[in-house]
Structures are given as structure tokens and as C-alpha cells.
Design a binder for this molecule. Sequence first.
Ligand code: GLU
Length: 626
Amino acid sequence: MNIRTTAPSIPFRQPPHFRTLVVSSFAALFVLSGSVSAAGQGSLGEPGVSGGVVTTSEPLAAEAGATILRRGGNAIDAAIAVMFALNVLEPQSAGIGGGGFMMVHRATGPKKTFVIDSRETAPAASTVNMFQGQNFGLASTSGLSVGVPGAVRGAELALNNWGTMSLAQVLQPAIQLAAGGFRVSSRLEESITSTRLSSELGNPAYDEARKVFRPGGVALVEGDFLVQPALAATLQLIADHGADAFYTGPLAETIVATQQNYRGANSQLAGRMSLADLSNYEAAVREPVVGDYRGYRIVGMPPPSSGGLAVIQMLKMMERFPLGDESKGYGFGSARTMNVMIESMRLAFADRAVWMGDADFVDVPVKGLLSDAYIAQRSALIDPDTRQANVMADDPWPFELAGKKSPWQLAAVNRADPPGGGTTHFSVSDANGNIVSYTNTIESAWGTGLMVPGYGFLLNNELTDFNFTPQANPDPANYDPGANDVAPFKRPRSSMAPTMIFKNSQQPLAAYGSPGGSTIINTVLNVTLNLIDHGRTIQEAIDLPRLSQTSANGTPSFEYGFPEASVQALRDIGHNPGATFDLGSVQAVVIGTGKSQYGAADKRRIGGVVSVSPDEIIKDGPGRKR
Ligand code: GLU
């Protein structure tokens, strides 16, 4: 495959908050062919041998994970430590008031890749039409949109089964950061001043977060010292008494009371979560979805996310096009490559809108959607030089169940999800080769904006990921399964896409993911193509400008930096692309040859990479066990 050597015509924009703070990293010159530059050998005790890598969007969180690795913890322990630390450092994006998907690859014992699903669930009292007709802005800042938080149960499940440390041990760095304080970052400053926290609502429930981040009515700015005693006490409570202290008792009672608040005057927007919803919450362990692309195995997030299915569908639809070959008019940033990407996105997002949802509640035709025959049928609709006039979902069921003929005609849909502003992705590897790729979220930036009084964490607004208007339609002439309609206990469809790439289906090469609402899927696609088709290093693959379309018949967005001629060519064939800033924020680890490991973080946020030397690891630490 060819590597593009010419620079894009427009210099890649560096956002105002550009500050890649690399605590201790190596030049990530690894490319997926498996070659590793000597620069990667750095100052490690033994050349090319790693004690583990942690990559996060906030440098101090990477340091928190590295602390756990140095104490002998494994990648699972370190990832949970990062998850808690990010609640302190990046509270607008993620934390214990939300949930996420933790993809784990275990290198020791029977090798296995699986996902711990701590996605929020709809309360028992949810109804299919509870969001119907509601104003999105009001609903997404009201208790009605709060899903039962899963992060703490997910952490407990991960540590109990695959960790080597206790909740109390991995919580220590986060407790220290919350109790001891840290300097506010540029990104946190930006978020405090530019979001829903900035306006007075006259409702004390919404003042709780303002008291922390705008003390005395004055927004914290970069460099200010932030201490969060209430959050520290909450984390200490979980450390002392386990996850039950979150899901039962006074903390649970305060969560229930907090989500009864709503913005505006419509009491229908009050939350419906009960104490029983909290105490009954269970995290789940799931098998990932898998697809092969140009000799690499792509391991993706299964339902309730649409992430893995959509990414793999798109890759496989594009496999027949030589995307890396400049001599054939392709290559990074060429109009042809961009058009094939957009057309694949349109087809995958059309299917996503109809078929994808929580597979514990609806039949999701996973096999059919990823079957070679169905993908070939979909891919045949793509012409590299033209735009499809109208993209529709198709029916994968005949490919799921051989011989089945569907009795229905699909309803036409053109639904696009609003892009998210919250969420964070981090990746961790350890000395034994265990890897974690974890996307954690409270949905929008600052979630609902509701902070649990006295406990210092924000409640998610994840239930806005459900269809606001129920879509189920059994009419055979206008069929829609309503895959993402609200139901009690159901998880809203996600786009989160923690991903891993393997060589020879066994050997892990890279782990990554991104925030960004439905654009997550396309960010992961862009990075995957940059690695596999364009032969870029992991850092280049992350840095390059990205392209995204999140609906069948909407318009594509592109980050600044693509050649203007290519953008014009897309316009000429009928796309209406619009420029945008900052699609996603990818944090990755890559496994090189031998025992080398590298990390890369995204300049679109702050980014922190810490590589741990084997010499730093306490030899008889608990992590040696797993
Ligand atoms: N709630 C979104 C999802 O699960 C993530 C939000 C975001 O990335 O901002 O797909």
C-alpha cells in the first residue's frame, strides 16, 4: 500500500487548546506492518520492552493509571483507576454518574477479548413515548434523561474477575486528586465557561455543579487549584464499602431525589428512577463483534452499541476499493477516497437507524449485517466517483437466517443523532500484554448538569440516545422494528466504539476509541483507514483531519486540512460538505514487535501518554498474578 508523502494543501489546524502534554512517551513510529523504529526503544531498562502504557485525554489521569501499573497492577486495575481519576479531572465528560464500555484483551491464561458493558439502563417506570414531543434541550437537562449509572458496578465486575487489586487500591489516585486538588486545565476552563454551567437557572439543583466549578459565581480558569472534597468523600465511601455504597443507602437515595428535578416548568420531565432500579443494576460481559479487513482482524463493540457493527460494515464495504493507492486516484484526502468513505457512512448509518439497538430487547441481525453477501450487496451501491441520490436501509434478515424472506418493506428513515460533547476514551496496556480500550461517558458535556448534592458527581443524560419518537411500525408496507425505542430496563443505543486491531486474528496490534456521539463511529473509521490503508503511524493516524457523515441523506462534515480540490470535487458530485472543528479525541496504545508498546493521544483534547519502564514496577506487586 502506498504512503502519501505530499502535505495537505491547508495546514492542519491546531485548536486553541492545543497542548499535548506528554508526560513520558516514546515517538510512536509504529506502523501496522509491525515495524518499530529504534526511537521506540527510548530509555527503557531493556530495549524495546515495556512495562505498560496509559493514554488518556487528561495527562494526570494517565499518571494515575501509571501509578497503578508501577505498583504492580495490571491493565484492568489501571484502567479502572483512570476511569475514577477522569471523574475528578474531566468531570464534564465522564464519571461514576454515567457508564461505558470497557474492551479487554487478556494476554495471559486463555487469550480472550471481551467487553464489560456498564451502559446506563432505562428505569423500570420508563415508557416507550416518555420523550415524545419533548423539547430536546429541556429533556436532556432534566431528570427524565438520567439512565441508571453503570460505571461503579462495571468497575467492581472488572476488578473482581480480571483485576489484581481492590476497589480501595485503584481508587487511591482519584481520591488523592479530588481531596488534594489539581490545577484546572485549559479544556476544563473552556468547558466551564462555554456550556450549560454558565447560566443561572434559579433552581438549586442546577446550582450544585456551579458551586464547584464557578465558586462565588466566578468561573474557574486554567491554573486555578480545584479541590473536590465532596467527590473525594464519595470515592472514599466506595473504597471503604464497595459498589453497594453507591447503589443502595443514602447515596442511592440522593441520586433518586436529584433526578426528580427538571428544567423548565414541565413536571413530565422529572426522572423516573427508583431505589430498586439502582440496586438491581447489573453490568454485563459481552462478546465483541468481529470482522476481517485487508488481513487484519477488527474487534468492535457489540450491541447495545452500534459502534462495532457500523465500523466493520463500512470497512468491509470499502474493502474492494484500493483506498491507499494514489496511482489509481485514491490515497489519503483524495476525492475518490473521501467519496467512498462518505457513501459507506451513509449506507451504514441507514442500517444503523433501523436495525441497531439493545440486543437484550430486540433482535439485532448482527450476523446478517456483517455477512459477506449482505455487505457485497450494499457495497455494490457505491460508485467511487458519484453520489447516491437517496440512501435507504436494506434488509439483512435474509442473510441472517438462510432462506428467510422478509415480508416487509422498510420505512424510509433519515435520522441523525445530535453529536455529543462529553465522553472520553482511554487505552491501557501492561507488561504482560493485557490491553484495555475503554470509552466512558455521561453523554453530553456536564451530562444533565445535575450534580448529586453533597456527593460531587454529575448525573448522565444517556437516555436521550433513545428514539424520542417511537419508531416501531409493524405495517409490512412501512416496517420499522423500533430497535432503539425506549423500554424499561433497556440500554439506549450507543455509538461508542472501543476497538482493537489484531494480526493473524490473535496478535494484538492497536487499541483505540473516541468520544463524539454518533461521529465516534466515523472517527474510529478514519483512524483505522489511516493505519491500514494509508500506512500511517499511530500518531499521524490520529492527527490527520477527519471526515464524517452520520445519516443516510444528510451532509458530510470535514475537519480543516483536507485538500480544497477534493472538497470541491465532492461538492461537484452533489455532496454539500461543511467544515467543522474537532471530530472526536482518540487515545491509543499499540503493541510493537517483541514486547514494545507505544501510546498516542489526540491534540484535539489535551492528551497524556505515560510509558512505564519495567524497572519501575514493584516486582512482587499484585499485578504479577494476572
Ligand atoms: N452517549 C453517546 C453514545 O453512547 C456518547 C456521547 C459522546 O460521545 O459525546 O453514543
